[in-house]
Design a protein around this ligand. Structure first.
Ligand code: PMV
Length: 337
C-alpha cells in the first residue's frame, strides 16, 4: 500500500485566460498571468491511497463519493501514468482511492478547479514519482490549474505546438520577490455559478469579435507590460493592467452571444469603491479583479491593508472582523448591511 498527500492553493489571474484553441488538450488562445495564494488559505488537499487489495478506483470530493468516470480526471491520470518512474511499475496496476477537499466554496468562481486539479496532479505525480514539469498535465484537468503548480507570480504561456507540449506554466518570480503584495478575496456569493467557465468560453470563442481582438492585439502587449511590472515591483502598473484586464474579460462576456453575466451589483459597487479610493489617495493603491463569478479579489500592498479593510467594513457592514484579514483570506460581504 502507498499513501501520499498534497496541498495546492488557488491562483487569481491578473491577465485572464478565456478561450480555448483546442478543447480536448485544453490549449488557450492567449497567455495568462496570475498570483498563487499562500498555502494557509483557500487550498485543495488531496490524499491518494494505492493498494493491491482495492478492487475499484474511487473518488471522494468534499466527503461525497463522485463518479470516477470523469473525463478530465482520467486524462490527468493517464498522462501521469505515462510518465511514471520505472520504480513504480507494480503500482501502475493497483487501484487507487482519491480523497479531495477544498477549504472554501466549490465552483463559485473562486478558482476551486484550479486548486483542485493542481492538487490532484501533484498528488498523482508524487504517487508515481514523476519528474519534471507537471503543469502541462494539470492543464488537462482545468486550464488555470497549470498556474497553481507554482507559487508566487506565474505565467501560463499558450505555446505553439499542436500537441500542447509547450503550453506550460512558468514562475516569473517567487512570492518572496514582492513580500508586501496582499490579496483580499471578497466573497459576494458562494452560490455555484450559473454559467460554467467551459461553456462560457466556448460561446465566447464562437461569437465574440472582441475576444478575437483581445487575444491577438491586446493580451500579447499586456503580458509584456505585466511581466515588467512584476519584475520591477511597479504596483501602479501592476494594478492598472489587472483592472483593465478584468474589465476587458467581462466586456468579452457581455459581447458573447447570448451574453454571460458574472459580476453583479455588489461586484460593481466594489469596482466603484476602488476607483473612488484610488482617486482620493491620488495614486493607484488597490486593484480589483473578478473571475467567472461575482466575487472580487483585491490586490494591494501591505501598507494599505488596514485602511482598506476599515473602508470595506464601513461600506459593507458585518463583513469582516479585525483579525480576519490576511493574505488571501476570503472576506464575506454577501450580508451587506
Ligand atoms: O480553468 P478554468 O476553466 O476554470 O477557467 C478559468 C477562467 C478564469 O478564472 C475566468 C480566468 C483565469 O485565468 O483564471
Amino acid at each position: 500500500m502507498k499513501i501520499v498527500t498534497a496541498v495546492a492553493p488557488v491562483n487569481i489571474a491578473v491577465i485572464k485566460y478565456w478561450g480555448k484553441r483546442d478543447e480536448t488538450l485544453i490549449l488557450p488562445i492567449n497567455d495568462s498571468i496570475s498570483c498563487t495564494l499562500a498555502t494557509d488559505f483557500m487550498c485543495a488537499k488531496t490524499t491518494i491511497m494505492a493498494s493491491p487489495t482495492f478492487t475499484d478506483n474511487k473518488f471522494w470530493l468534499n466527503n461525497e463519493e463522485v463518479d470516477f468516470n470523469n473525463k478530465r480526471l482520467n486524462n490527468c491520470l493517464t498522462e501521469v501514468k505515462k510518465r511514471a518512474s520505472p520504480k513504480c511499475a507494480d503500482l501502475l496496476n493497483w487501484k487507487i482511492h482519491i480523497c479531495s477537499e477544498n477549504n472554501f466554496p466549490t465552483a463559485a468562481g473562486l478558482a476551486s478547479s484550479a486548486a483542485g486539479y493542481a492538487c490532484l496532479v501533484s498528488t498523482l505525480a508524487a504517487l508515481y514519482e514523476v519528474e519534471g514539469d507537471i503543469s502541462s498535465i494539470a492543464r488537462r484537468g482545468s486550464g488555470s490549474a497549470c498556474r497553481s503548480i507554482h507559487g508566487g507570480f506565474v505565467w501560463w504561456q499558450k505555446g505553439v505546438q499542436p500537441g500542447g507540449e509547450d503550453s506550460v506554466a512558468v514562475q516569473i518570480a517567487p512570492a518572496s520577490h514582492w513580500p508586501e503584495m496582499r490579496m483580499i478575496i471578497l466573497v459576494v456569493s458562494d452560490d455555484q455559478k450559473k454559467y460554467s467557465s467551459t461553456s462560457g468560453m466556448k460561446t465566447s470563442v464562437e461569437t465574440s469579435e472582441l475576444l478575437k481582438y483581445r487575444s491577438e492585439m491586446v493580451v500579447p502587449k499586456r503580458v509584456k507590460e505585466m511581466v515588467e511590472a512584476i519584475k520591477t515591483r511597479n504596483f501602479e502598473n501592476f494594478a492598472r493592467i489587472t483592472m483593465q484586464d478584468s474589465n476587458q474579460f467581462h466586456a468579452v462576456c457581455l459581447d458573447t452571444y447570448p451574453p454571460c453575466f458574472y459580476m453583479n451589483d455588489v461586484s460593481r459597487s466594489v469596482v466603484e469603491l476602488v476607483h473612488s479610493y484610488n482617486k482620493y489617495k491620488g495614486a493607484t493603491k488597490v486593484a480589483y479583479t473578478c473571475d467567472a463569478g461575482p466575487n472580487v479579489c483585491l490586490y494591494l500592498l501591505e501598507e494599505s491593508i488596514d485602511e482598506v479593510v476599515t473602508l470595506i467594513n464601513d461600506v459593507f457592514p458585518s463583513s469582516v472582523g479585525p483579525s480576519e484579514y490576511f493574505r488571501g483570506l476570503p472576506v464575506n460581504i454577501k450580508n451587506r448591511g
